[in-house]
Design a protein around this ligand. Structure first.
Ligand code: GDP
Length: 213
């Protein structure tokens, strides 16, 4: 009798200060939409999407969107604890959010040691005139810690797919150096295989969704 192996699932947790664009990065990836109104994440939101990866392998990414607000900080360690990837986001137009990535790095290291893929993301690269963090600074920080680095703009749809492509490639153990040019990277098909979302208001359903998808 043929044995059907379960779909490989990877938990990816998004952390960073509030308002840096975590929700919109996920929203852009999931639905190719952008929300101009700011609605802070309450607690934790859960999103799940199956994607076709290299050589037609299907994998499932479980995306966990955390609230940057102090009030919910205590929830975050438990979500980091069993994640395979931590995406640490800052806003390139907000220097403090970049400086605070050090705290987020410590938080992730405390829970996962070095047993986790860490991606540093400088979001809002479209805010050219308001930029407070040079791309070289983000790159240098990532190099110092051995992280993957990428700048994105959820608003301008810039580098969102490459961000997830880097995550998938790293998860499949085929990470390419951060300096690798986009066009050199392996193809990853992000067709709408299937997706789901559970907001923190119905978190009791989360395990159900995670299992059934
Ligand atoms: P979160 O708290 O980190 O989840 O941040 P949100 O995704 O809710 O975004 C916070 C605010 O920043 C919202 O007003 C968004 O419209 C805005 N925002 C998010 N991403 C971008 C971006 O790439 N560029 C610009 N200009 N604004 C963005």
């Amino acid at each position: 009798m043929a044995v059907v192996s379960p779909l490989p699932k990877f938990k990816v947790v998004f952390v960073g200060d509030k308002s840096v664009g975590k929700t919109n990065i996920i929203y852009r990836f999931m639905y190719d939409k952008f929300d101009t109104t700011y609605q802070p994440t309450i607690g934790i939101d859960f999103w799940s999407r199956t994607i076709l990866s290299v050589e037609d392998t299907q994998i499932r990414l479980q995306l966990w969107d955390t609230a940057g607000h102090e009030r919910f900080r205590c929830l975050i360690p438990s979500y980091i604890r069993d994640s395979s990837t931590a995406v640490i986001v800052y806003d390139v137009a907000n220097r403090q959010s970049f400086l605070n990535t050090t705290k987020w790095i410590e938080e992730v290291r405390k829970e996962r040691g070095s047993d986790v893929i860490i991606v540093l993301v400088g979001n809002k690269s479209d805010l050219v005139d308001k930029r407070e963090v040079a791309v070289e600074e983000g790159d240098a920080k990532a190099l110092e810690f051995g992280f993957i680095f990428i700048e994105t703009s959820a608003k301008a749809r810039f580098n969102i797919k490459p961000l997830f492509r880097k995550i998938v490639t790293a998860l499949l153990g085929m990470e390419t150096p951060s300096s690798t040019r986009q066009e050199d990277m392996v193809g990853v098909n992000y067709g709408n295989v299937s997706s789901s979302h559970v907001s923190s208001s119905d978190m009791s359903n989360t395990q159900e969704v995670a299992k059934t998808n």
